[in-house]
Design a protein around this ligand. Structure first.
Ligand code: ATP
Ligand code: MG
Length: 205
């Protein structure tokens, strides 16, 4: 039987995408022998309802710019074509339908997201559709014993791995732009230029 293709998925708000996202995706792609990683910007991030988020087209564009030099990185606009909150369960169901049983899916998340997995919409169904790989993130030490206990038999679908820790967040980047501070070497140069050209984050509350 032919080997299944192994697809990584990195969902996020990407407001903006930064080197933390790229390094986690590359490191996990290597460690788990993934064939590619698809970056999927959320149109309406369920965890950020009520907060100010940049237009989806800007976040999509920045994700394209940041990933275009890596032939094994791809960007999908699939969540931008759906109405309502961008639930990963619906995204995975769509991917499974598109790629069938020839592909195994690995959802990549940072440690902060691993800690809140139980709050995700229809998480039990999602765990049936894909594995989760949790990447270490400075300042986040999820209690894995508690998390595994919570998911019972599905716990073996959740994997954790050490990745080089980069203390970078989109929140801190938005803050730096608003304060007129440098973001060089925290985001790819193309993303930095895009942020300035489109005047993003300057007037955030
Ligand atoms: P924000 O501060 O706006 O929440 P963020 O930096 O957390 O932005 P997201 O778009 O929310 O970025 O993150 C998408 C995914 O990438 C999440 O699973 C998050 O945990 C992970 N992630 C983001 N930054 C890092 C980082 N520096 N190291 C490891 N994982 C990260
Ligand atoms: Mg976040």
């Amino acid at each position: 039987m032919p080997e299944k293709s192994r697809m990584g998925i990195l969902g996020g708000t990407f407001d903006p995408i930064h080197l933390g996202h790229l390094l986690v995706a590359e490191t996990i792609m290597d460690e788990f022998s993934l064939d590619r990683v698809i970056f999927i910007p959320a149109a309406v991030p369920p965890h950020k309802l009520g907060s100010q988020v940049s237009a989806a087209r800007h976040r999509y564009m920045m994700t394209l710019l940041a990933t275009c030099s890596n032939p094994r990185f791809q960007v999908s606009d699939m969540e931008m074509h759906r109405q309502g909150p961008s639930y990963s369960r619906d995204t995975l169901a769509e991917l499974v339908k598109e790629h069938g049983s020839d592909t195994e899916f690995y959802f990549i998340v940072g440690a902060d997201s691993v800690a809140s997995l139980h709050t995700w919409n229809r998480i039990d169904e999602l765990l049936e559709l894909c594995h989760f790989i949790g990447a270490s993130r400075p300042g986040c030490m999820p209690d894995m014993t508690k998390i595994y206990a919570r998911f019972g038999a599905l716990a073996d679908r959740i994997h954790c791995t050490e990745t080089p820790k980069l203390e970078i967040s989109s929140t801190a980047i938005r803050e730096r732009v608003r304060e007129g501070r440098t973001i060089r070497y925290i985001v790819p140069e193309s993303v930095e230029q895009y942020i300035y050209k489109e005047k993003l984050y300057r007037n955030m509350i």
